[in-house]
Write a protein that binds this ligand. Sequence first.
Ligand SMILES: [Zn+2]
Length: 261
Amino acid sequence: MPKVKDICKVIEDFAPRSLQESYDNAGLQVGDPEMDVSAALLCLDVTEDIMKEAKKRQCNMIVTHHPLLFKGLKELTGRTSTERIVIDAVKSGIAIYSAHTNLDCAWDGVSHEIAHMLKVGNLRVLEPREGNPEAGLGVVGDITPTPKLEFLRRVKETFSVRALRYSAQSPQIVIRRVAVCGGAGASLIGEAIKAGADVYVTGDVKYHDFTAHGLEILIADIGHYESELCSTKIFSRIIRERYPDFVTYFSESESNPVKYL
Ligand SMILES: [Zn+2]
């Protein structure tokens, strides 16, 4: 049976913590690294519902994409849901681990997964780290030429998007080159344009990003949750490659915190 530190190592061999952005706090959030892990629950965010599900499924480790803890906690009184989750995790002996921007920046990480789902080939990193062309945010690559609306419908279906927001003024008719970035990727629109992409698929795009860049590139906002749910597939794949008999569950209680009416 692997220990907490073994599961952490598998993930960090794939997505080293040194790749995370400076504001981030990836890594083991709560728990004893030496504890044996019975099974792991995989999700995007840890919530109180996720804690309940972990107990029900007898998972004593939760692996998430978004970190539970970003800033230091100054008290642990159970006033906020973050504090209640930490208290519950400690009491219940559940370890919580997060791989965030390091998973975004790793080769074959979140943006690659999105690109694979859209059958984009010939991938390279959109904004490579200095000295390491295989690490960084976003990816860009090519697809078989596809009419714009057909491509957008494919994106909507692939990621189960309730309402896909896209730039109305974009002149692109046929999509050949695709740039993607999981999560809130609007800051890389310029890189996508520079890379010659016909479309940029990401989440959390603001109105003014559409007005500023919509004439240069087709922007498709598929939602933050929708774009990053695939991170759990990466966790499952890399953990089970190393520990084929180890049980991982995709969370059933996780749902989009944003609703569309
Ligand atoms: Zn995110």
